[in-house]
Ligand binder design. Structure first.
Ligand code: HEC
Ligand SMILES: [Cu+2]
Length: 360
């Protein structure tokens, strides 16, 4: 077969490729660094992770450009014109120089990136100098809400569906799951980890900015996965302390005084706002003014939705939520297992509690 006379690349083409490559890389890197990819930096970890991202980008863009430029130029220079069907390229075999280059350069790039990544990883996972000062929060994933357990000022556990964090203090999350695999993620803090049934995973963050940030489940965990969202509130340390102190006080005004022996011992308000340790808290999805749970939840506003309903209807909604789906709300999101996770007396207490707070 005849050898293509153009097999030797024109030196001018190489110069052109280098110029185009350098310009495209410069534009790509500039764009990549200018684009605001991430939410605000909420923790000391955020900045380190964003810097790592930027470094990766600075290396990745030229590699991408190199591949694309060579492919495009090859298509342009070596495309087959009519009458060239019988031509072939020169029969090249082996080039030690090239092989050395294409082994060393990528190896060097990988070493730099791995080295830097390892430093960042050990940095963002490092325990604070004063480990005793670190706040520990147990995080429980359960279809389809998160619950958070703190140690109260009296040493007793405090369970809540709202995540409060003190600013500028290291926090260690120990992450658990009560059912399937979830993933505990606060995008502004950058860190995330799977919540796996049967084991405890963990990460730490140090918030650096007061404010509220979405808490997201990042592992498809069932039909309600998309709505498994809550909020993390970063407070000044003194306000956080005050909040924790308030939570540590025994819940007041919950159970009705005296009367109904079976339900009197059960604090329906706590069941509603925090669950019984096994059940998902109703308040993480439902607004109820009497319980102090906020509006804008995933489920109907129980201040108004229950108007005119009987105890039997409300009970059915709790134990068998699929029986009647409230208009405008997604099916299969309200957990179907309350008949198992709540004791019958607890369900009755909740029904009575909702009836008591029902708008007529
Ligand atoms: C993961 C979110 C979630 C949790 C937790 C949750 N619910 Fe629901 N709930 C919903 C959604 C969504 C609906 C509407 C769709 C439906 O009817 O199933 C609903 C519907 C209801 C209704 C029917 C409202 C109406 O319009 O008739 C009642 C009553 C109710 N929930 C009570 C509770 C109680 C009590 C608890 C705690 C034991 C609870 N829910 C826990 C999401 C939740
Ligand atoms: Cu999920």
């Amino acid at each position: 077969m005849a050898v293509d006379p153009r097999a030797k690349t024109n030196p001018r083409t190489i110069v052109q490729m280098v110029v185009v490559g350098v310009i495209a890389s410069a534009i790509g890197i500039a764009l990549g660094l200018a684009i605001n990819w991430f939410p605000v930096q909420g923790s000391t970890q955020s900045k380190k992770i964003d810097d790592l991202w930027n470094l990766m980008l600075i290396f990745a863009v030229p590699v991408f450009v190199l591949v694309v430029v060579v492919v495009l130029f090859a298509v342009k220079e070596f495309r087959q014109r009519p009458g060239e069907e019988k031509l072939d390229g020169p029969n090249i075999h082996g080039s030690t120089k090239l092989e050395i280059i294409w082994t060393t350069v990528p190896s060097l790039i990988i070493f730099v990136l791995v080295g830097y990544s390892a430093t960042v990883l050990s940095d963002i996972e490092a325990a604070p100098a004063n480990a005793a000062q670190e706040l520990k929060v147990d995080v429980y994933g359960q279809q389809f809400a998160w619950t958070f357990k703190y140690t109260g000022v009296d040493g007793k556990p405090v369970n809540t569906t709202r995540l409060y964090l003190p600013n500028h203090q290291s926090v260690k999350f120990n992450v658990h799951s009560k059912d399937v695999i979830h993933d505990f993620w606060i995008p502004a803090m950058r860190m995330k980890i799977d919540a796996v049934p049967g084991i405890t995973t963990s990460y730490r963050i140090t918030p650096i900015r007061e404010g509220s940030y979405p808490v997201v489940c990042a592992e498809l965990c069932g039909l309600g996965h998309a709505v498994m969202r809550q909020t993390a509130y970063v407070l000044p340390p003194a306000k956080f302390k005050a909040w924790l102190t308030k939570q540590s006080q025994p819940a007041g005004g919950g159970a009705a005084a005296g009367g109904g022996a079976a339900t009197a011992a059960i604090d329906a308000k706590t069941l509603f706002t925090k669950g019984n340790g096994n059940s998902t808290a109703c308040g993480s999805c439902h607004q109820l003014t009497a319980a102090g749970t906020p509006a804008g939840g995933i489920g109907p506003d129980l201040d108004t939705a229950l108007a005119g309903q009987s105890a039997a209807q409300i009970k059915q909604s709790i134990v068998n939520p699929q029986a009647v789906i409230t208009k405008g709300y997604p099916p299969n999101v309200m957990p179907p297992n309350f008949a198992q996770t709540l004791k019958p007396a607890e369900i009755d207490a909740l029904v009575q509690y909702l009836l008591k707070n029902q708008k007529k």
